[in-house]
Design a protein around this ligand. Structure first.
Ligand code: SF4
Ligand code: SF4
Length: 179
């Protein structure tokens, strides 16, 4: 992982995580144009880009570790970019759901999500539309001074989640996930 040492990423300390799922909800909300109440009323499913996982007697989160990004190289639709500080971002509007990034990801960190489509009016069968979702550290919320406001970090009641460049945490996080 020599060329990823400067990429920032999220690490969740299993010693502090209590598995409350606040980070998942915060993540889903920060990537949605709906607030919680209007999403419930409209029947919109809020989808997080992170996942709380259990390991033995502890919990932590699994999400993209902003690695060398074979996903970015695999994408042929030019909808993935390497942003400042090494964050790999998907433009979900441009994503055509081809799954190339999903297949290329070494760490199972991309989720393919079915987006509800309007019922066709011409009698044709409704087609499935997929989009690739992954953690982008809430890059759209970056300050002009470069500081990030990742929703999961701000929501965690036990301060279990940190943003770091320390590659030893990346190795620790992947090892917890069995890599
Ligand atoms: S918000 Fe914090 S304590 Fe709750 S599940 Fe996420 S990491 Fe664990
Ligand atoms: S989605 Fe997978 S391959 Fe792409 S940067 Fe994240 S961990 Fe690496």
């Amino acid at each position: 992982m020599s060329d990823v040492v400067d990429n920032i990423f999220i690490y969740t300390d299993p010693e502090r995580c209590m598995g409350c799922h606040s980070c998942e909800l915060a993540c889903a909300m920060s990537h949605s144009s709906y607030d919680f109440n209007s999403a419930v009323l409209a029947g919109v499913v809020l989808i997080p880009r992170n996942k709380v996982i259990a390991i033995k007697n502890q919990t932590t989160t699994a999400q993209c570790v902003q690695c060398e990004a074979p996903c970015l190289d695999a994408c042929k639709s030019n909808c993935m970019t390497r942003e400042a500080v090494g964050v790999i971002k998907i433009d979900e509007e441009k994503c055509i759901g081809c799954k190339l990034c999903f297949k290329a990801c070494t760490y199972d960190s991309i989720t393919m999500v079915e987006i509800p489509q309007e019922e066709p009016t011409d009698g044709k069968k409704k087609r499935k539309k997929l989009k690739a979702f992954k953690c982008d550290l809430c890059f759209d919320r970056i300050d002009v001074d470069g500081s990030l406001h990742s929703a999961c970090v701000e929501a965690c009641p036990t301060d279990a989640i940190i943003i770091t460049r320390d590659n030893s945490y990346r190795i620790k996080s992947l090892s917890l996930r069995g890599y």
